[in-house]
Design a protein around this ligand. Structure first.
Ligand code: ATP
Ligand code: MG
Length: 221
């Protein structure tokens, strides 16, 4: 049995066409069902649904053999561990799905450039405290980081922070909240991650699955 960890929403939705191209149909819609383990058209492949930020943990500790995780989640985890990439986690393939960018945004009218230039402290709210710390340190900008778990857009509007570091794709959420993207930190997409022990024990079927994903990604780009 091969266990694939996915998160509901964007990553699940964008993974479906790749799975389909690999000959795998997922048998249930996670938005309709409450099941956390879903079968597929392949009797030897099942999907487990976990929080996006839990995918690396599942794969690393063998709760899943393989998984799809955002580069944001993977790099934040690496930064949290002081730059060491997680043992027990091979990052094998850029799936080029759930593409977006990690950016700095401020309230419209806030002079980010002047604040940075003057060397004033910047209060930054984000879920990505480790990546934000690294980024601003590399620019020599002094920051006070405020850890949030969601609705980052609210922070500058309520005076909680001057800026946020968050994922942006179309920019419409920022716009709806009168925020302006002022700097891109990095491009983000989802990656296929694999447990190294599983790759040894289930080499043939996992290799075949990874190859099928790779072919599907290439066919789409
Ligand atoms: P939860 O909603 O359970 O708290 P989450 O917010 O991390 O978790 P999603 O919003 O579904 O879950 O994001 C999952 C992943 O999808 C992110 O880690 C990122 O890689 C990608 N993603 C997030 N926002 C966007 C976006 N606006 N456009 C494209 N991809 C995105
Ligand atoms: Mg979310």
């Amino acid at each position: 049995m091969i266990t694939l960890a996915l998160s509901k929403g964007r990553i699940f939705d964008d993974s479906l066409p790749l799975l389909r191209a690999a000959g795998i149909e997922v048998l249930e819609d996670p938005e309709q069902s409450r099941k956390l383990i879903i079968g597929t058209s392949r009797p030897d492949v099942r999907v487990v649904l976990v929080r996006a930020s839990d995918v690396p943990t599942y794969v690393q500790h063998g709760g899943a053999d393989i998984g799809v995780a955002g580069l944001d989640v993977l790099l934040e985890g690496t930064a949290e561990q002081g730059g060491a990439s997680a043992a027990g986690l091979y990052r094998v393939l850029d799936l080029k799905i759930a593409r977006c960018r990690l950016s700095v945004a401020v309230r419209a009218g806030f002079d980010y450039a002047a604040t940075v230039k003057q060397g004033s402290r910047l209060r930054v709210a984000t879920k990505y405290t480790h990546l934000a710390r690294q980024f601003f340190a590399s620019k020599g900008v002094h920051v006070d980081l405020i850890k949030l778990y969601g609705s980052m857009e609210l922070a500058p509007l309520t005076g909680l922070a001057d800026a946020i570091v968050d994922l942006v794709s179309t920019g419409s959420t920022l716009k709806a909240n009168h925020l302006v993207e002022v700097e891109k930190i990095m491009d983000i997409s989802s990656r296929l991650v694999v447990n190294p022990a599983a790759l040894k024990l289930k080499r043939e079927p996992l290799r075949a699955l990874i190859d099928a994903f790779e072919t599907a990604v290439e066919a789409r780009s």
